[in-house]
Write a protein that binds this ligand. Structure first.
Ligand code: HEC
Length: 114
């Protein structure tokens, strides 16, 4: 094989492997990463809400996250998360989430439905 051809092959293979992980990342962002969602809600919401599969909410009037899907499809929350979630109750602080955080939190909430 002549040298230029093998260099071209090596180069295109190199490019392929450089690009593949990026493609993967994009999909991860649209699908959301439930593990990151859990970390986020533990830190930001766990003070009031029960965020796991068991347990009661530290703040009794805050609905446990595993029960949200009984009220509405949790995907419906993505808009509220983006615009700033405001509830009827003043004890719940207003939150506004970044797009990737929304995907992660929704993915985590969906994982609680199973
Ligand atoms: C300081 C306490 C507190 C924190 C922190 C908190 N919440 Fe809440 N949340 C509440 C209370 C209280 C309610 C019930 C409000 C009501 O029934 O009007 C509530 C309700 C909700 C609801 C239901 C809204 C509805 O109308 O169905 C969602 C969804 C929600 N919270 C998401 C979150 C998320 C996501 C976080 C973290 C980013 C979070 N909350 C952090 C106190 C809190």
């Amino acid at each position: 094989m002549d040298r230029r051809a093998s260099f071209a092959t090596a180069l295109s293979l190199g490019l392929l492997f450089a690009v593949l992980p990026m493609v993967d990342d994009c999909q991860a962002e649209t699908r959301g990463n439930p593990a990151l969602g859990l970390i986020f809600v533990r830190e930001n919401c766990g003070g009031c809400h029960a965020v796991g599969r068991t347990g009661v909410s530290p703040l009794a009037i805050a609905p446990p996250f595993r029960e949200l899907h009984l009220r509405y499809p949790v995907e419906n929350l993505s808009e509220a998360f983006a615009e700033g979630i405001v509830t009827g109750h003043p004890t719940m602080p207003e939150f506004r989430l970044e797009a990737d955080q929304i995907g992660n939190v929704i993915a985590y909430l969906k994982s609680l439905e199973r």
